[in-house]
Design a protein around this ligand. Structure first.
Ligand SMILES: [Zn+2]
Length: 407
């Protein structure tokens, strides 16, 4: 009897002790987060490397920077895509050249940064690499290209960038290009979706084993890609249009089509794609003024681009935007799960390209997303799929198709 009562009291103390349950919950979050392959499919980290000789091996603070190698380790991140972003400019020879050179500069500086920190990171060019680098307790750095502008209508450049380690191409950015229409070009459609060059690009990417990224492209181009691609595709950083009506986000019909293609949408945690922008916010108005001053980010030269990004940073600093929360971002995950299923959703932060939430400022904060998913009742298996399992499935399918095609 005495034993039973001691047992009962101990159990009661354990149950009632908030500190203990908090510690247990934290431990559980850490365990599940560590057990999952945590993969972020879109960041703009290389822009910092090119613009300001940013030291990736040093720890920085948000909001000025949201990714560096120490924080990738802190956030227990298994893989992250470094986006080779080139803004769309007027399609004249010198701008094609500039985009090509900038993409190569970003590749070179990313490799150089990785080589200087072999204890923390390694380059990954396959799904298998991601797994083996994770097993060495390092973060795998993968390369993706945001905007096919550097291809300059030359299909052979896809193979050239593939050899340099690039594993996805976001076909366009905020304006139309030679490959396809953009979802946000102020002048509307130019190619009626995917152009004939764009069709050849998709076929070549399938052949090589490069993932087609449908983020940013117009709805018509999206359906054209799905009709043509022989393998699943990704939206590396897009959210759900039903919750935030932005043309960059995917409608429910598009989500269902993506599920049918066995692809994956990686929820973009950039404020404007999570909640409809509050146009009365000072930050919103200042950024809008800046955008029109710089011709909608269509820069004339590199100096101008650097000046614009510096001005952007200082606006964010002086008039911090009111950012959405992790809970609001996870609402998008819930929505995709409801419409397309648990096998078709992941996360692509857009960090250092505008991404960031009030309570998820940088890659070190990722366990907080895991905590929210757990709170909402997602199982360990579900969380593993969301963080990386779904993306890895697509990556492997693309690799296998390329192998089959080369036989
Ligand atoms: Zn983007």
């Amino acid at each position: 009897m005495k034993h039973i009562s001691i047992f009962c009291i101990t159990a009661l103390v354990l149950v009632l002790s908030p500190e203990n349950s908090y510690a247990q919950r934290k431990k559980n979050v850490e365990k599940i987060h560590h057990g999952a392959y945590v993969i972020d499919t879109h960041t703009d980290a290389p822009m910092k490397l090119v613009d300001s000789y940013f030291n990736m091996a040093e720890r920085h603070e948000a909001p000025e920077s949201r990714i560096d190698f120490p924080r990738l380790r802190e956030g227990d991140v298994d893989a992250v895509f470094y986006g080779l972003f080139t803004g769309q400019r007027e399609r004249i020879p010198e701008n094609y050249d500039r985009a090509y050179r900038l993409a190569n500069q970003m590749i070179d500086s990313t490799y150089a940064a990785i080589e200087r920190s072999p204890d923390m990171v390694a380059i990954a060019t396959s799904a298998g690499d991601i797994i083996s680098i994770s097993k060495q307790n390092k973060t795998a750095i993968c390369l993706g290209m945001e905007n096919g502008f550097p291809l300059a209508k030359d299909i052979t450049r896809i193979g050239e960038f593939y050899k340099k380690g690039v594993r996805y191409i976001t076909l366009c950015h905020t304006s139309n290009n030679d490959i396809c229409d953009s979802s946000t070009d102020p002048f509307g459609s130019e190619n009626n979706g995917l152009s004939s060059l764009g069709k050849a690009v998709v076929v070549e990417m399938n052949r090589l084993g490069m993932i087609v990224d449908v983020s940013h492209i117009s709805d018509k181009a999206f359906y054209d890609v799905l009709a043509l691609s022989s393998v699943p595709v990704i939206a590396s950083h897009s959210s759900a249009r039903a919750l935030c009506d932005h043309p960059r986000n995917l409608s429910d019909d598009m989500l269902r089509a993506l599920a049918k293609n066995d692809g994956v949408i990686q929820i973009c945690i950039l404020g404007d794609y999570i909640v409809v922008a509050d146009t009365t916010m000072v930050n919103y108005q200042k950024i809008k003024e800046l955008k029109s001053k710089y011709n909608n980010w269509k820069f004339i030269n590199d100096e101008e681009r650097q000046r614009a990004w510096r001005a952007y940073d200082s606006i964010d600093h002086m008039f911090p935007p009111v950012l959405p929360t992790i809970a609001q971002a996870v609402d998008h995950i819930d929505h995709v799960v409801k419409v397309a299923g648990i096998d078709h959703v992941g996360i692509g932060s857009d960090f250092d390209g505008g991404g960031g939430l009030a309570d998820c400022a940088d890659v070190a904060d990722y366990p907080k997303i895991t905590a929210e998913l757990l709170k909402r009742g997602y199982s360990e298996k579900d969380i593993d799929k969301i963080w990386g399992g779904n993306f890895l499935r697509v990556f492997r399918a693309v690799e296998e198709e390329a192998k089959a095609l080369s036989r």
